[in-house]
Design a protein around this ligand. Sequence first.
Ligand code: ADP
Ligand code: MG
Length: 391
Amino acid sequence: MNVHEFQAKGILESHGVNVPRGGVAETPEEAELIAQELGSDLFVIKAQIHAGGRGKGGGVKLAKNPKEVRTQAGSILGMQLVTPQTGTGGKLVRKVLVAEASEIENELYLGMVIDRESSCVTIMASEEGGVDIETVASETPEKIIKESVDPAVGLQAFQARKIIFGLNVPIDLVGAATRLIMGLYDAFVKSDCSLAEINPLAIVKNGDEHDIVALDAKMNFDDNALPRHKDIEAMRDQHEEDSRELEAKQHGLSYISLDGTIGCMVNGAGLAMSTMDMIKLYGAEPANFLDVGGSATTEAVANAFRLILSDEKVEAVLVNIFGGIMQCDVIANGIIEAVNQVDLHVPLVVRLEGTNVELGRKLLSDSGLDLITANGLAEAAEKVVSATENN
Ligand code: ADP
Ligand code: MG
């Protein structure tokens, strides 16, 4: 699960990470009020959407006084913000963060992820922070410092210092930077994050001195751990989540929405992935990943089918089921039930294999449904792709 920047900053702050003072607003008037209460020479107004690259897309603006904050908030709120991470449609901005703006001396990058290979939390940091960390990672990977933290021991001060010296943090900020990295690690572990990222982590002017502060924050949480974090679960923003993914979750289906045209209904994550590969091999793109699970009921299959057909991008559907625990007649009944409930307006290719396959195939052929059957995964992929081409 993702949260907004202001929510991530709230969590980080409770773990001792230094963040700029600010508040979140849903109207220009609220934004102005927050600015008045903050009382600063310069403010920043930031669109709150679940996507990065907001600066590039015009979702981060500066203002000199509360009146200007109100005007800028008015122009950002309600906009369909397009960033390199939103897709061409953009995302509707419903909230803005109003914060005091800092005078930036240097923008660094600090991130943490779970590295499954080493079973450790990997810390990544770079002097080349700011907006283009992806380019740094692909073109000059040597500029990214990595440090692995053994979860049984936790982050050690010497590791934090290693990162800090690698980042060339000014000597008088080493103590503050150590507290910040320790705070981020603490937040990461205690809230069961899968990713936490501060970009930019900024060295800022503070009168005659300077300071180190998290100007942006991104946190992803492990969905499987959410039952023990009710406070984080409560931060869920339904508007930001794919409505089909939400519905799938309610039906206990593993569904991920993608950009292609072939709807896929498969059992087992491995088979689902190889089905997607085969579709690509035959020149098309999958519209979704969908694993109905090993022991789905007729109802689950019907729900999955409805979900796929509700996606207007879908030009054809491929059902690829290997009936091991799952029986082919159950799948067949699910398909028949679903097609009777919804209007099947696209070609349907079905490949069934495994337990009760003869019964499953018979049910389908007796049903009188207009479907294309296939033997083998390659044939199924080829047939579904050519069905979209002939359409
Ligand atoms: P995104 O990553 O979505 O583009 P950021 O929060 O990183 O959004 O903001 C983009 C840029 O805006 C930052 O790299 C920084 O230069 C500037 N910025 C963000 N917050 C502040 C702030 N509080 N004070 C000054 N500049 C800021
Ligand atoms: Mg950023």
